[in-house]
Design a protein around this ligand. Sequence first.
Ligand code: FAD
Length: 418
Amino acid sequence: MRQVEREPDVAIVGAGVVGLSVAHALLDAGLSVVVIDRGEPGQGASFGNAGAFAFSDVLPLASPGMMRKAPRWLLDPLGPLTIRPAYAARIAPWLFRFWRASSGGAFQHSMLAQVALMRLARLETSALIESAGLSDMLRSDGALELYESAGELATSLPGWEARAREGIQFRHLEGRDAIAEMQPGLAERFTHATFVPGWQSIADPYDYVRALAARVSARGGRIRQAAVERLAPDETGVVLHLSGGETLRAGHGVVAGGAWSKPLAAGLGDRVPLDTERGYNTTLPAGAFDVKRQLTFGGHGFVVTRLADGIRVGGAVELGGLDLPPNFKRSEAMLAKAKAFLPGLDTSGGRQWMGFRPSMPDSLPVIGRASASARVVYAFGHGHLGLTQSAATARLVTDLITGQSSAIDLAPFRPDRF
Ligand SMILES: Cc1cc2nc3c(=O)[nH]c(=O)nc-3n(C[C@H](O)[C@H](O)[C@H](O)COP(=O)(O)OP(=O)(O)OC[C@H]3O[C@@H](n4cnc5c(N)ncnc54)[C@H](O)[C@@H]3O)c2cc1C
């Protein structure tokens, strides 16, 4: 006799770090889940990111400082910020909103929302990592932001003062000796730095997502490979239409499709200004350099991260949509700079990667119910911070689905805020 599968309480679209964290939180709440992804878990942006739990990164990218830096950065075709000419017209409305979000009042509003989400993220990340038994993957050695002059540090001070007002700890360092104590081997051009002790990292972001997926399965959650074409809510649940004509019914649906979430939300009547900030990196073999903690070269838009079995060099923002081919000259340009900044770096044997950050113009994710139905909840648009905010998002989504009051004010994250 054919076994009839029980309808899951929740179907989650997307097996990235956000979707899988949501699955964990829902299982904790006693609900049954299916996670659906068109590929293997963790092959999207969650695959090759810099692995940082950047809880102190509360300043939205859309900021007055960024608007000052952007014109200079845009002049360098392989620099920290690029707009692919073939995509310029399509990204223009997003950029207009980005510009509006960077103005004083809007920036302040987004920053306070980010502070609240990050506080929750710190708590929920520790809880998730501990309950999933992944504590051995967590590193708590802080991060070092590097500057090439007293002037560059001075320019960053308002941002640090804003963080200090929110209780974020850091320490400015002056002089090459003080910096060398934190990270030997840096080029002499770095004269100032800021050490952020509360910054944490994961030993390898892909291993982390795979471990989350394995634990979801071990706890009875299902992971299915299929492309979801649309979600159709009704009074008692949601029907997911899969490619190939199959359908799947669940009590609730969660859209956690990262940079690909826009058409799913549009199918439910929500026109969200989601786009992608493409990022690039190179992962070098272990031993390429003795990196003590994450190094951030903010003036150049990239970071150097120590992974479990390698060194990852990358970052940058390329506005080029989801379809244009990658331009790996960007990875090469960052690697060449990293070599200049860490002269002992062995740049041989690297593996290049490009990922699609799912980005909203105001740097805040979308966490909230679809306007068409409370049975669908959105969890996407985390931009540069999806790993950092995944566990917090999972908690907020679970509270929405189980009808609990929310741990933080969700108004700034509403899908219809634009
Ligand atoms: C270079 C780089 C460095 C970064 N560094 C950091 C960092 O240090 N710290 C940090 O916090 N963040 C970082 N990020 C950002 C972070 O990687 C992302 O915000 C995060 O991975 C987004 O997770 P996600 O689960 O929303 O999306 P993804 O990981 O992209 O997962 C979405 C999944 O949904 C699936 N999907 C989409 N649509 C459908 C559909 N219709 N049907 C079926 N499946 C579908 C996709 O196949 C994909 O697997 C970085 C990003 C880049 C590119």
